[in-house]
Design a protein around this ligand. Structure first.
Ligand code: IPE
Ligand code: IPE
Ligand code: MG
Length: 250
């Protein structure tokens, strides 16, 4: 397999308006298994190729001036997959942190991991902590990786944290509003995605960013994640720029 040519579409395509780009793009990177099956390869090869795609889309966001990318890498439901696949993914994430850190520093990428990280293997937790700590002051792009992430679980843990503060008398129930609630989500400090892309044709959210996608534009493509290249991303952004975002107004 050849690596993707990252020099392709290096500049923002001329038909896209720079000041109307999404500030934050979220992606449900689906279809790795089907991609591998189509090639007659084991599923894990799809995940491996999917990492190359993610790296290029991250770089593309940076090249084109998009300030935040959030990628769904592992859901709370994905533990239900065969043990070998889960183990492979955990190792893949760990290797990603270890191997890419230097480049992420050079490219000024701020890495965040969002999800219930305490349930991940210890060795992966250490790599995650290191990646987040070392890149925390980087400014070019905020790159969030949703790992052991579940939207419902995120909302429940926020409720628990707020309830504990109420119980201690630190806050009054009347003070609970959207702004306060958001401070207790894994994604605290970031803005909501303007555009949510799902690859491989599935028209569902699969427990991703339930709170944050309230007003995101949704874009579903049949392209499988390992085939999602800059041209496919360009199409998604073109579609986004044709949308009329009304936010409930007229
Ligand atoms: C998405 O690809 C990656 C993860 C969920 C980790 P899938 O592994 O879900 O691929 P399909 O949907 O089976 O093709
Ligand atoms: C969503 O994909 C999770 C990730 C991309 C990490 P799934 O393949 O797990 O979702 P379903 O099962 O098709 O809803
Ligand atoms: Mg899938």
């Amino acid at each position: 397999m050849t690596a993707k040519p990252s020099t392709l579409l290096r500049e923002l395509p001329a038909d896209l308006e720079r000041d109307r780009l999404p500030k934050h793009v979220a992606v449900i990177m689906d279809g790795n298994g089907r991609w591998a099956k189509k090639q007659g390869l084991p599923r894990i090869m799809g995940h491996r190729r999917g990492v190359d795609t993610l790296k290029d889309i991250l770089r593309c966001c940076k090249d084109w001036g998009i300030g935040a990318l959030t990628a769904y890498a592992f859901s709370t439901e994905n533990w239900g997959r065969p043990l070998e696949e889960v183990d492979f993914l955990m190792t893949l994430f760990e290797r990603f942190c270890d191997q890419e850190l230097k480049e992420m520093m050079q490219e000024d990428v701020c890495i965040r991991f969002v999800g219930n990280l305490s349930a991940l293997p210890n060795s992966l937790q250490l790599e995650i902590e290191r990646s987040m700590a070392e890149t925390q002051h980087n400014k070019s792009i905020r790159f969030s990786i949703a790992t052991n992430y579940g939207g419902r679980q995120e909302i429940i843990q926020a409720c628990r944290a707020i309830a504990a503060q109420v119980k201690q008398g630190l806050i009054d129930p009347e003070q609970i509003n959207e702004a306060l609630f958001e401070q207790h989500l894994y994604t605290a400090g970031g803005c909501d995605p303007d555009l949510l892309i799902r690859t491989s044709g599935e028209m569902r959210i699969s427990n991703f960013l339930l709170w944050q996608v309230a007003y995101s534009e949704l874009y579903v493509t049949n392209t499988l994640w390992p085939d999602f290249d800059r041209a496919a991303f360009h199409q998604a952004l073109s579609a986004f720029q044709q949308r009329d975002r009304r936010f409930g107004k007229v």
